[in-house]
Design a protein around this ligand. Structure first.
Ligand SMILES: [Zn+2]
Length: 427
């Protein structure tokens, strides 16, 4: 299994699939110390990794248990074969999990499986482990958030500009105003002082806006910004709309802080984590998606549909603009393939009820050749939806099933869609 979660294509679907794979991987435990994990950072030469793994294979020949030794050596040679497919590591590096996976049929029946992931962010560690479990934690951490958020910590004296990606943040730029404090020197006319100060502030805010555009749009292409600082400056700055509209329209939150500048950026980062601002923001996005969907459902124009059958039918016909599914959906696509003529019948069945209907499915007669001789295969519904969505240029959004909106969609069958246009009704 292989997942390419490259940043540019990193969306809710890739996230869902990688999350699901990581869940499976983290629940696997080997019989011995025999599960191989390799994290390869972007610039590490492949041949270098391969030669390290060859050494490890040599060392593994000392393993006492026959079964464990075979498993480790098989896993290592499978990994080496896989790495040979790459001329060089992708810009985000590569993560490979490989090992003997229990099949549930007992000791000695394990099967060597390989899982290859191009992660959503650059791999920052160089890691080889052979253990009784896969080392998934680093990938789980990388999944936490992929969006780049701009941080602006402003008051009348200084401004700090930082960026936040997942758990990582840094100060990128800072500038000072050179504007005098609120209190004038003796002998200066109060009105003249105020006017000069206003002009200086105005010039400073324009400067801040220029820097913000360079850093947040040109350099990092942020998804949104969070503005903080002491006192009312941040509100005034936003109210007067100094910022480029692309930033002005994407202010996620404003926060009161004690400091501005570099120190202010740090303080905002702390507050974001304390107050769960980013989780809030993601939920807001999901709310927007669901709001549009529900308004279509209620409008009666027929553009909001739900339930697995209607949704998939419309998707297959290419009518769907956006398809929405909750991350706790457990429906599988089941293909009943005739062994005689190859005809395939599809069904959508809840995962938990498959064992009880398996026999029934196997006894279904082929509608083409009338034989009763078929085999069945199962597929995750989101995989299938993604494939259909790709062929028809449809957006696919996987949303949390735990929110109010998610529960709303769950009550409609965990799946719904907004159509581009309404299929013409048959008369
Ligand atoms: Zn047939």
């Amino acid at each position: 299994m292989s997942i390419n979660a490259n940043q540019t294509k990193w969306d809710s679907v890739k996230r869902y699939k990688l999350k699901k794979m990581l869940n499976e991987l983290s629940s696997i435990s080997g019989h011995g110390t025999e599960l191989v994990t390799v994290y390869i950072p972007p610039r590490r030469p492949i041949y270098d990794v391969i030669s390290q793994l060859r050494n490890e294979a040599g060392t593994a020949s000392n393993i006492k248990s026959d079964l464990t030794r075979t498993h480790v050596q098989d896993a290592l040679s499978r990994t080496i074969e896989h790495l040979k497919l790459f001329k060089e590591v992708s810009e985000n590096g590569l993560v490979v999990f490989c090992g003997a996976i229990p099949t549930g049929k007992g000791f000695g029946t394990e099967k060597i499986e390989l899982y290859s992931v191009i992660p959503p962010k650059p791999v920052q560690i160089n890691l080889y482990r052979c253990d009784d479990h896969f080392w998934t934690d680093h990938l789980v951490d990388m999944m936490k958030d992929d969006k780049v958020i701009g941080i602006l910590a402003i008051d009348t004296q200084e401004t700090g500009l930082g960026i936040l990606t997942g758990d990582r943040w840094e100060v990128i730029d800072s500038l000072t105003s050179g504007v005098a404090g609120k209190h004038r020197q003796g002998g200066q006319s109060a009105r003249r002082f105020e006017r000069l100060r206003d002009n200086e502030l105005n010039e400073y805010y324009h400067r801040v806006a220029d820097h913000a555009q360079k850093v947040f749009i040109d350099q990092f292409n942020v998804k949104g910004i969070i503005v903080g600082g002491p006192g009312p400056t941040k509100e005034n700055f936003l109210k007067e709309e100094y910022l480029d509209y692309r930033l002005q329209n994407h202010v996620i939150s404003t926060l009161d802080t004690s400091y501005s500048g570099d120190e202010g950026v740090r303080e905002i980062i702390d507050k974001i984590q304390e107050q769960g601002v980013m989780t809030e923001y993601r939920l807001m996005e999901e709310k927007k998606i669901m709001k549009k969907f529900m308004s279509e459902v209620y409008s009666g124009k027929g553009l909001g549909i739900y339930g697995i059958f209607d949704t998939i039918k419309s998707l297959q016909q290419g009518f769907v603009d956006t398809i929405i599914v909750t991350d706790n959906i457990t429906t599988l696509k089941v293909d009943i393939k005739c062994n005689r003529c190859g005809n395939i019948q599809e069904r959508f069945i809840e995962k938990h009820s498959i064992p009880s209907v398996r026999q029934e499915l196997l006894s279904i007669q082929c509608p083409v050749c009338k034989a009763v001789d078929s085999e069945i295969s199962e597929r995750d519904i989101v995989d299938y939806l993604e494939e259909l969505a790709m062929m028809t240029g449809t957006k696919l959004e996987v949303i949390s099933g735990k929110t109010e909106e998610g529960a709303q969609l769950a009550s409609l069958g965990k799946i719904g869609a907004v159509l581009r246009f309404r299929p013409t009704a048959r008369t």
